[in-house]
Design a protein around this ligand. Structure first.
Ligand SMILES: Cc1cc2nc3c(=O)[nH]c(=O)nc-3n(C[C@H](O)[C@H](O)[C@H](O)COP(=O)(O)OP(=O)(O)OC[C@H]3O[C@@H](n4cnc5c(N)ncnc54)[C@H](O)[C@@H]3O)c2cc1C
Length: 484
């Protein structure tokens, strides 16, 4: 057999199901392929920073694959519809007779893969689609009635039972080295037209080696404090591994295996290594599992990939139409410091702290009462870790339209969030330089400064009254629930 391993959002050599299976099955050499797909990426709102990270990671991947004598071929498919033909042409050119890839669960990706599989089967080539993106295959964790879970805590309990019944989370074996390299790897382009990133690449070192080093560093130095520090955006209390998980430079299994190993030192007899032991470690494992839940939801409820609300009734909400407010939100000029700091962090480094993602998303959907789909799209267009399942899940959670969502009446007050989670205003000062010199609590609400001081700061007044806008949003949801 001569397999072709088609890489997509799994850009690593370690713990890669498709690569591991293909390299083991090969007896006549193996090839790897990555398809640069600008049309597909545009349709799916890939951020330039994410494309840049992908390209830099591909260079590392190509060098790692070469150590296994597997050349990485790079092809371009201008439009999404061209991808199947590009893949099958490579199969033919290199006399491959088996295609291996790791499954992706979004609607368009699943359709694309079904088309590729059909074309391969017409040629008599075998196709192996592996479970790799999530810890558990969507469909493997179901309620007692055989339905997919939509609420996190029961999902987590059931998922842990499944994992423990299988003897824990395991990584896939290393790929087998091939006898000879059958071709030279292709050069990876430095850029793709239409995706010029303004994010400094130094923020996001590329490649699985760096991703693993970052994970190990987090586990050695920070994870035990995770539960206490994860909500403070001014501190480095989280792993910042999401960009690497999104493109697959690291796998969720590698994360859980490393965390479970670290937890061994804290375990008492009969403890579960997943949800007891050190509270920081078990909390981090459960956050990694949120990603799994959202992947499972994408698979079981494909409407979330089509811009539709998880709770269909919320489709009746008449969101405001206010391009000026949306623009101010995008640029971090709403006049609410914590919101503006988050939106500017997104523009500056292509990433935003989770607590602040929730704050800015609630502010957009509840205070400005703008459609969550606008925010979802802007995030995807700018996030280096843009990942449909988690992004959609996060937005629909914040908008109270989603699964296990924030109840509509529990609207975050961005000022109290700011006071609680950025008490000294360090985060705000980092990203909103015009507020850098404000002392004390006024950093959270600069409109409370005395007139003269206020007039010296070039910073906008709040777009809306927080309390009145909050009440209006709650009322709109209440009317919806009562069917008015
Ligand atoms: C409105 C909104 C949009 C979001 N968009 C994305 C997105 O496009 N891509 C993305 O990866 N995450 C998204 N998230 C989830 C979360 O904010 C990020 O995963 C997290 O901030 C990444 O930081 P970290 O790697 O330091 O996380 P850590 O706290 O170190 O967690 C480890 C990993 O667990 C996963 N994880 C943690 N929290 C969540 C969560 N709430 N939902 C799903 N997975 C989680 C991530 O893969 C993360 O890298 C979004 C959340 C919200 C509220």
């Amino acid at each position: 057999m001569r397999p072709l391993v088609w890489f997509r959002s799994d850009l690593r050599t370690l713990d890669n199901a498709a690569l591991s299976h293909a390299a083991r099955a090969a007896d006549a050499g193996a090839f790897a392929l990555f398809v640069i797909s600008p049309g597909e990426w545009r349709e799916h709102d890939y951020a330039p920073a994410k494309v840049d990270l992908i390209l830099r990671t591909l260079r590392e991947l190509s060098a790692s694959l070469a150590k296994y004598n597997i050349p990485l071929l790079i092809r371009t498919a201008p439009l999404a519809k061209d991808v199947p033909m590009v893949v099958t042409t490579v199969m033919r050119e290199h006399a491959c007779d088996a295609l291996f890839f790791n499954k992706e669960y979004e609607v368009n990706e699943a359709r694309r893969d079904a088309r590729v599989a059909a074309l391969c089967k017409q040629q008599g080539w075998s196709v192996t689609a592996c479970t790799d993106q999530s810890i558990l295959e969507p469909g493997d964790v179901l309620t007692g009635e055989g339905r997919p879970f939509t609420v996190f805590t029961p999902f987590k309990k059931a998922a842990y039972r499944v994992i423990e019944s299988r003897g824990g989370v395991r990584e896939w074996p290393l790929p087998k080295k091939q006898h000879a390299m059958l071709a030279q790897p292709d050069l990876v382009p430095g850029a793709v037209a239409g995706f010029a990133s303004r994010v400094d690449p130094a923020h996001w070192p590329a490649g699985e080696r760096d991703a693993l080093a970052q994970m190990r560093h987090f586990i050695e130095k920070t994870i035990t404090r995770y539960k206490d520090e994860r909500d403070f955006p001014g501190q480095r209390g989280t792993s910042m591994l999401s960009p690497y998980l999104a493109i697959g430079a690291i796998s969720p299994r590698q994360c859980v295996v490393a965390a479970v190993q670290a937890n061994a030192a804290f375990m008492r007899e009969k403890d579960s290594p997943l949800d007891s032991g050190n509270p920081g470690i078990s909390h981090w494992i459960s956050e990694v599992l949120w990603r799994d839940l959202y992947i499972h939801i994408t698979h079981s409820f494909p409407r979330v990939c089509k811009g539709r609300a998880f709770q269909p009734a919320t489709e009746r909400i008449e969101w405001n139409d206010n391009p000026q407010h949306f623009e101010a939100w995008k640029q971090g000029k709403t006049g609410v410091p914590i919101v503006d700091a988050g939106m500017r962090q997104l523009l500056e480094i292509g990433w935003m702290h989770n607590r602040v993602r929730m704050v800015v998303a609630m502010y957009l959907t509840k205070n400005l009462f703008l459609d969550w789909r606008l925010g979802e799209k802007w995030f995807m267009q700018n996030l280096v870790d843009g990942f449909l399942a988690s992004n959609n899940g996060g937005w629909q959670w914040s908008a109270s339209t989603g699964t296990d969502a924030a109840p509509y009446f529990r609207v975050f007050n961005p000022i109290s969030q700011s006071q609680k989670f950025d008490p000294q205003g360090e985060y705000i000062r980092t990203y909103v330089p015009e507020l850098r010199d404000i002392e004390g609590d006024a950093i959270h609400e600069p409109w409370t400064l005395p007139g003269l001081l206020r007039s010296r700061i070039d910073y906008p007044e709040p777009l809306v009254n927080l309390s009145a806008s909050r009440s209006r949003a709650i009322e709109a949801f209440r009317e919806l629930k009562s069917g008015v």
